[in-house]
Design a binder for this molecule. Structure first.
Ligand SMILES: NC(=O)c1ccc[n+]([C@@H]2O[C@H](COP(=O)([O-])OP(=O)(O)OC[C@H]3O[C@@H](n4cnc5c(N)ncnc54)[C@H](OP(=O)(O)O)[C@@H]3O)[C@@H](O)[C@H]2O)c1
Length: 300
């Protein structure tokens, strides 16, 4: 099977490369034409109109994994046209091309499509109400996939992190050595999800039901605030001896941490549909954290 992997150097793309290797011939593409470790791969920029259609019609993959996104949530407020191009317009082009060559498209979306004021985990068919450019454009991307008529899976996840790439865990570990005190938001709640888990579940979904079509939520089980996540990161990292000291954590409200983009205060996603349709459920987020910290400890 020919598999086209877009965004192979992102947190998720890197893990998808490993997870989908047993399914066939994976063709990785990145914006730089390089993979982590300076290995060469295909080069493709989502900002260039026509590039995706040309690639898909030439390669004719049977499966496309799209891990590309404009994920800089605050920067998206300043460059909405670029965010829309990458998160929505390019996705529409990709989905149309997938439809022409009859490829199945696996596309990722986010908890940020929801309004963020909730009292129970968001279900796949709950009303969407994104708060900023990132969420709006990711939702447009979802709509474009569904409207194209291509075979597709849309997977919404949240609070994705890994031992590599840019994420909350890596920032927290870096700041451990630089700061005596860290102010962390305690009134935003979600479910941390290792990129490796997300990639593994995607592969299992494909293996179990290759013809499945629709939208599913995939996140680590349980929930925490950013403050609780930071606190757990430091206690696991100290225990694994990745750091030898941790800053004092001070819980603050979102209003005390002004940012360009408004973040949802309640981001937990309901994963009942994943369990019902695929018999899959991710473990508690603390198990994932221990795994990722373990990876970092091994690499040290
Ligand atoms: N991170 C999260 O917390 C989170 C939460 C929910 C959902 N998601 C979704 O999960 C998916 C994967 O996200 P991630 O966490 O793996 O993000 P990531 O690490 O930021 O990866 C995004 C990838 O997109 C690439 N990219 C950006 N602009 C591009 C362009 N113009 N052309 C080609 N490639 C481009 C980036 O390349 P460069 O690094 O070289 O720019 C990077 O490899 C996305 O759909 C995201 O919306 C993420």
């Amino acid at each position: 099977m020919t598999i086209l992997l877009l965004g192979a150097d992102g947190q998720l793309g890197y893990e998808l490369h490993r997870a989908f290797a047993p399914f066939g011939n994976v063709h990785p593409y990145t914006i730089s034409g390089q993979l982590p470790g300076a290995q060469r791969c295909g080069q493709l920029d989502f900002a260039v109109p026509g590039a995706l259609s040309a690639l898909v019609t030439q390669l004719r993959p049977s499966l496309i994994l799209n891990a590309v996104a404009h994920t800089a949530v605050d920067r998206a407020e300043d460059e909405p046209a670029l965010a829309r191009r990458i998160n929505a317009e390019a996705v529409a082009e990709l989905a149309a091309a997938a439809s022409i060559v009859n490829a199945k498209l696996v596309h990722y979306s986010t908890d940020y499509v929801f309004g963020g004021e909730g009292d129970r985990p968001w279900r796949e068919d709950d009303a969407t109400a994104p708060l900023g450019v990132y969420g709006v454009t990711k939702l447009e991307g979802e709509h474009a996939v569904r409207a194209s008529g291509c075979r597709h899976i849309v997977i919404r996840s949240a609070w994705v992190y890994a031992s590599r790439g840019q994420n909350f865990l890596r920032t927290a570990l870096k700041l451990a050595t630089e700061r005596q005190e860290l102010r962390v938001v305690h009134d935003q709640v979600g479910s941390p999800t290792p990129a490796r888990w997300l990639a593994t579940v995607t592969a299992l979904m494909h293996a179990k039901k290759p013809d499945a079509n629709g939208t599913w939520h995939v996140v680590g089980d349980g929930q925490c605030s950013w403050f609780q996540f930071a606190s757990a990161i430091y206690s696991e990292a100290l225990a694994a001896k990745i750091i030898d000291r941790a800053p004092r954590l001070v819980g603050i409200t979102s209003s005390e941490y002004p940012s360009k983009a408004k973040r949802p205060s309640y981001s937990r996603l309901d994963t009942g549909r994943l369990a019902a349709d695929f018999g899959l459920q991710l473990p508690d987020w603390r198990v994932g954290l221990r795994e990722v910290i373990g990876e970092l400890a091994e690499a040290k």
